[in-house]
Write a protein that binds this ligand. Structure first.
Ligand SMILES: [Fe+2]
Length: 283
């Protein structure tokens, strides 16, 4: 990662506080991007570093045009590990969260296949439905988490970039936002807009290769069809403020491994080695 990345400035913080997202300068150089693209190839070919498994895998085998997603590739790929545990990423995340430290909550490696320039498909199987990340993370005692979405190629609407609804992190948690796997973006949009009672405005987050966008866990976001031939590749680091703790709730995202060990209790911090500390202002 480039070593001349500055700190989050006061105006960055204010933009993030107002809009619920922020776009970084280019963080990763060409060689690092190539390493991460190679990591994608290896992961999708089950060529893992070490003998373990990732936390969860979404690998549809019946449709090559469908989105693919792996949770916690840092367990099985060294290049992903180096990236999503990088202290610079942690420092940027901590700055946006206004926290003294940042830990990795988990990572995602996401592959959105290209459909080519043919027909527009409103229900493209590569779509990611509008959602708020926190709808899946209610086992945490704060919604003040931030997601860093790292582009491994120039990314815009032609290849299915993420779009965000600016300011929606102030709308509270919306039941209708449980829609990551709902490819009908228009239907989900109507549902969420109605539930929120707010005017809907979406902004495409265009990125150069090696740039990252950061969004709040309550910011509504989603992405549509990749009209390019090549897949849209990304590596995503979900970051949490150091000190975040377990909150008892009826549902967890990919349960069980979040809090390994017997009888996790409410208030127990996520501070073991499954949630590495990327950055702390105490160090
Ligand atoms: Fe998300």
């Amino acid at each position: 990662m480039k070593d001349n990345i500055g700190l989050i400035t006061q105006s960055d913080k204010e933009f993030y506080k107002e809009n619920g997202y922020w776009v970084s300068p280019v963080l990763f150089d060409e060689q690092e991007i190539e390493e991460l693209r190679r990591a994608h190839e290896r992961i999708w070919a089950y060529d893992y570093d070490g003998d373990g498994y990732p936390l969860d895998e979404w690998r549809p085998t019946n449709n090559p045009k469908m989105l693919r997603k792996i949770d916690n590739s840092w367990w099985i790929n060294d290049a992903v590990r180096k990236t999503v545990t990088n202290p610079v990423l942690g420092r940027l995340g901590a700055g946006l969260m206004d926290s003294g430290g940042a830990r990795l909550w988990y990572d995602q490696v996401i592959y959105k296949p290209g459909t080519g320039t043919g027909e527009k498909d409103a229900l493209s199987p590569g779509n990611v439905g509008w959602h708020q990340d926190y709808i899946y993370w209610q086992c945490t005692d704060t919604s003040n988490l931030v997601t860093a979405w790292i582009a491994l190629q120039d990314t815009d609407l032609t290849n299915g970039c993420m779009s965000v609804v600016p300011g929606s992190h102030k709308w509270g948690l919306l039941e209708g936002s449980d829609a990551f796997f709902n490819r009908d973006l228009e239907a989900v949009k109507s549902r969420i807009a109605e539930e929120s009672g707010r005017a809907w405005k979406e902004v495409p987050v265009t990125l150069k290769a090696g740039q990252a966008s950061f969004h709040h866990a309550l910011t509504i976001h989603g992405s549509g069809q990749n009209h390019a031939e090549r897949p849209r590749l990304s590596v995503v680091a979900h970051l949490m403020p150091d000190g975040m703790a377990y909150k008892k709730h009826g549902r967890h995202n990919v349960d069980n491994i979040r809090l390994l060990g017997p009888r996790p209790r409410e208030g127990q911090p996520y501070d073991n080695h499954y949630f590495p500390l990327l950055y702390s202002d105490k160090q």
